[in-house]
Design a protein around this ligand. Structure first.
Ligand code: ADP
Length: 390
């Protein structure tokens, strides 16, 4: 349904609350699933009525996150504004706060997810563990000096706008800078030393405006070409490291005063050190596994947190779980015929986002619960292989 101003400010009879989400992708879609259970009326700012959240029944406000008036109209129709992505201009969100609207996460917190260079500088000032880095205006000489100091390859990142590894380049030598597309097209470079990564993990925290928070068990994330491909819960690390990662995440959540779900992505180095990679201040791919593996999903706790309602338990409901993302191979992918095959394993849960297929586009995910991690991974991979026809 496309809303006009006539409904502005009204809450649907029987609803418990009205939440506005900017963006209608898969995160918004799975938030809608949680909203249904809680009787929350989720309004979504989306470009088209075929976006994943709208197909799942969220109330549509047609428009762009880049249009301040459209964002403001969404705010006027809802109790609290929250985010499905980081692309809304900070000034637009700050103007809502100035006008008295509740925005969670607050713009000051979402800046840490939006701008990797800003986050790196602030974490450095706080003495938090991060890779060696430098922020420079595109400048080959400075990049060469950085590589010579820290060793090649170096990692070059666009400070804003990247996702799924787009906006991250490994630069092998000074010569490669001249031809790398990212280096050519990015005016400000965040340079990082390439970390010897033993494992990547993520910690999710759900935090209320009052400061109350809950932490999810540490998730292991497996990346391929910069994109998260699979998740393992619990992460295969020792308890001390898991506790240190959780404590670091809560410390960051408190420092940035985040509200809603925050994910902290961390590198575990070969010598067992934790280094912060980046933050997301919204539901996150690493939290999809919580939908079946934890008592309360990240999506439900996100809604509870932004509405300042009591948070749900994050306890695991099975000894182990694994999630494998379903990633597009080409434009012709369709799961109509293969879904029943994927479902032959009764331990798997399939989530499809009803997105048009494109190569390397996240189209869904499969989670399996099991007695151990290996069995969960085998089941989840088996189901994804059958789904994509491998
Ligand atoms: P995105 O925002 O696109 O997810 P990230 O900054 O998280 O990009 O980087 C994507 C992936 O690239 C990481 O998950 C990691 O595998 C690799 N990576 C990023 N920074 C470094 C680094 N400094 N050293 C080694 N690998 C890195």
């Amino acid at each position: 349904m496309v809303l006009t101003s006539t409904r502005i400010g009204q809450m649907r009879s029987g609803s418990t609350a009205t939440v506005g989400m900017i963006g209608g992708g898969q995160l918004s879609r799975m938030t809608q699933q949680a909203a249904i259970s809680l009787g929350v009326d989720l309004h979504v700012l989306a470009f088209h009525d075929d976006e994943p959240a709208i197909r799942a029944g969220a109330t549509m406000h047609e428009g762009s996150h880049l249009d301040a008036e459209a964002v403001s109209a969404l705010a006027a129709a809802t109790t609290v504004i929250t985010l499905d992505h980081e692309q809304t201009p900070t000034e637009t969100l700050a103007a809502l706060v100035d006008a008295g609207h509740a925005v969670h996460p607050r713009p000051s917190a979402s800046e840490y997810a939006k701008d990797k260079a800003f986050a790196r500088c602030q974490f450095a000032a706080w003495g938090l563990p991060i890779p060696a880095f430098e922020v420079i205006d595109a400048n080959a000489d400075a990049a060469n000096a950085f590589g010579d100091n820290h060793g090649w390859p170096i990692v070059l990142k666009a400070p804003t706008g990247g996702y799924d590894g787009r906006g991250v380049a490994f630069i092998d030598s000074a010569d490669a800078l001249a031809t790398d597309t990212l280096a050519q097209n990015t005016p400000t470079w965040l340079l990082e030393a390439a970390v010897p990564i033993a494992m990547e993990i993520a910690v999710l925290v759900a935090r209320r405006p009052s400061g109350d928070s809950v932490t999810y068990p540490v998730v292991e994330t497996v990346q391929e070409a910069g994109m998260c491909r699979e998740l393992v819960l619990p992460a295969r690390i020792d308890t001390d490291l898991a506790e240190a990662a959780a404590a670091l995440a809560v410390d960051i959540a408190d420092r940035i005063d985040v509200t809603g779900i925050m994910a902290v992505e961390l590198f575990v180095t070969h010598d067992g050190q934790l280094l912060i990679n980046e933050l997301a201040t919204r539901p996150h791919n690493s939290g999809h596994i919580t939908m079946e593996a934890c008592r309360t999903s990240q999506f439900e706790n996100h809604l509870r947190a932004v509405l300042d309602w009591p948070l749900g338990s994050t306890q695991l409901v099975a000894p182990a779980a694994a999630t494998v993302n379903v990633v597009g191979i080409d434009e012709s992918d369709s799961f109509a015929a293969t879904l029943p095959l994927a479902l032959e394993d009764p331990t798997v849960h399939v989530h499809l986002y009803e997105k048009g297929s494109r190569p390397e586009r996240k189209l869904g995910h499969v989670t399996a619960l099991a007695d151990d991690v290996d069995a969960a991974l085998t089941s989840a991979h088996g189901a994804v292989d059958r789904l994509v026809g491998r």
